[in-house]
Design a protein around this ligand. Sequence first.
Ligand code: BG6
Length: 496
Amino acid sequence: MTSAAPGPGNITEPTNIVIFGATGDLTKRKLIPALIKMIDAGLLHPDSRIIGVVNKRSEEQWLEMVFAGLKEFSPEVAMDAARWQRFSAMLKMVPGDLNDDATYTGLAAAVETLDGRKNALFYCAIPPEWYGRTAIGLHSAGLVDQAEGFRRIVIEKPFGMDLASATALNQELQQFFDESQIYRIDHYLGKESVQNLLVYRFSNSILEPLWNRNYIDHIQISAAETLGVEYRAKYYEQSGALRDMIQSHLMQVMTLVAMEPPVEFTDAAVRDEKMKVLRAVRRFRAEDAACHARAAQYASGVIDGHKVPAYVAEPDVSPDSATETFAAVRFYIDNWRWQGVPFVLWTGKRLQKRVSEIVIRFRKIPFNLFDTHASPPVPNALVFRLHPDEGIFLRMNAKMPGLTTDTQRMVMRAPYANDGMDVAEAYETLLHDVLLGDATLFSRADEVEESWKIVAPLQEAWKDRVSIDRYHAGSWDVPEMDDLLEDCVGGWHKPR
Ligand code: BG6
């Protein structure tokens, strides 16, 4: 998490960037476009190599795939012969199956000495069941040792499916890699607007005095999507919204909202503070899940004027699936700052709008002086919009022009970036951080395990569910969601 402009503090060393899963979706949608943007911005050393580990395809076929992906996700590069040539010259392929030791030996031979060092970043863009096997292969081929440069491994989410599997995966990885070499990626932390939250909090003096239970009524952290499950039903059927979004992205954002100022801006200090928040999250019992959480699934409906099918009618979804595509959980953080303040985290697919935001709702005024029966003052709210239209909004009350003291709602807006400004993509920021060895925006082993501990009672309560509430795609009509926020000032904040 450094300045985006190349400077002495953020120059990366020439590195062998090894991608496991080089023909996969993540590589084509996110990794390759991010690497190209990094090259353009001078954030990736031009002498670096991008090595794809590819099975059952020739190098030529792989390059064709990369090019086809670029046409879809970075057409401006695909159309620019010189840029493609520059980029493709950095690509190299190592053939082989992840289950075959020879693949890793071949990889060891392909990892070049660049600038006198054999720096290597291993990116696991592969299904989670392969993480452990890959770590073993890298270790046996002598690729984990750091004698001639750094070795780092990037692990995608989901990091486990529950506490037991996450702990087992941590142990497996830590057998071969030191914790400082492991980068567990959560792309929400790479979003500019999420990092900006830290800067807002810790570089403005007006927020800190208000940032506590004395002034804040409750906080909502949300990620509403209009997309459905798309082509990912095989994974999503096992995961559902709780694992997919709440245990990872939204809880990570919650830690940044709730943490104390770290003693310094280093990965260790920031992660220590985040961890304290997680440890203070109140645990509830599985039997009480219905009081603290909601789950629902989308039925058919209309989005942007188009009819969309129900979740159960999507490809690869069981017709009697009770997997939640909407989840909401009300957490409490038992510490001095946040005692009694609900943190409501919610997310859903096929909702009315695609909006992700942090809504800080302040307490009501103690007493209304003005004769405003028609429109009483609204509680103040500070909204951090994570996307789209990243920025910050402050909702205040003001006098309605005229001879009365009637109030009107006024929203002060501060967009994060001006139109046309190039905001770095999450993967660009995160890959750059891995190259620099800055783990601030990555989850540490203990954080991941703690967050699984927190959601464990819900997993327990929901695991044998045979039926589930429904909402219409394209709506906000999630049953009983209003009740979950009944005691919260202003209730459920449905993004506009
Ligand atoms: C992913 C989830 O991690 O995040 C997806 O697996 C979800 O289900 C996506 O759609 C949302 O990311 P963003 O950046 O579009 O909010």
